[in-house]
Design a protein around this ligand. Sequence first.
Ligand SMILES: Nc1ncnc2c1ncn2[C@@H]1O[C@H](COP(=O)(O)OP(=O)(O)OP(=O)(O)O)[C@@H](O)[C@H]1O
Ligand SMILES: [Mg+2]
Length: 250
Amino acid sequence: MKNQPVRHSDGAINEDLLSQLAYNEKMAELGKISAGVVHELNAPLSVIISASQMIMREEDVPEFVREMVARINSEAQRLSRLTRGLLNFSSHDVATGEVDLNLTTEFILEFLSYEAARRGVTILRQLDYHLPVIQLDANLLKQILLNIIMNALQAMEADGGKLLVETAFAGKDKVCLIIADSGPGIPPESIGKIFDPYFTTKKAGEGTGLGLFVTKKLVENMGGEIKVASRNGGGTTFTVTLAVEEQEQE
Ligand SMILES: Nc1ncnc2c1ncn2[C@@H]1O[C@H](COP(=O)(O)OP(=O)(O)OP(=O)(O)O)[C@@H](O)[C@H]1O
Ligand SMILES: [Mg+2]
């Protein structure tokens, strides 16, 4: 049964297959971005960063030169963070660790900023910087964000719109991620099917219908939940809630 998820009798999806599906989705989205090119960018970027830092440490540098060099330095650092994030992203290693929800969200929004601008979509951020770190695999969280946000951008393809991305506390020991778009919404007859494998309203070749299926499985494997609210014609909101690991008190 090629391309069909393998279900156990209790309906659970084989873990290896899920990870493979997630990986394939990730690779499809990353498309032509080559890890080699990203890697090559890091060397000149570190030269720019350290050279600009050396200039800034010099005395007798005119103020306007210092300001310009500081800008060069901060933009080079931004690019360096982005390329490093891309390299990690294209690795298939499972790496559970402390993840900052806001930093990961910022990374994906930066990564998709061109895709948003191209569609005339304005991104609004409402990030709560008091959130604690959470224990999970950052690549999988990026995958979840990428799937939900790409869907929102695709939904606003024709007329542009607004995308609000919010992080917040969700009661005790829980954090949530809210992604709200001003797109056309999901009709009532489809809303119950969007998490089903292969459900798509996109043209053949444009969508596999696996994005939200994989996303839901990934969220559930993290012990979290994903909910959707949508009105036909009135935008769509996805809420992902994740548990914060209890920190050991010393
Ligand atoms: N933000 C949204 N606004 C409107 N419809 C949406 C939104 N998100 C998902 N959908 C609907 O849910 C369907 C399933 O989404 P899913 O991500 O699983 O697959 P896809 O986007 O069609 O394909 P793929 O993810 O492989 O590109 C979409 O085809 C679309 O009809
Ligand atoms: Mg999708």
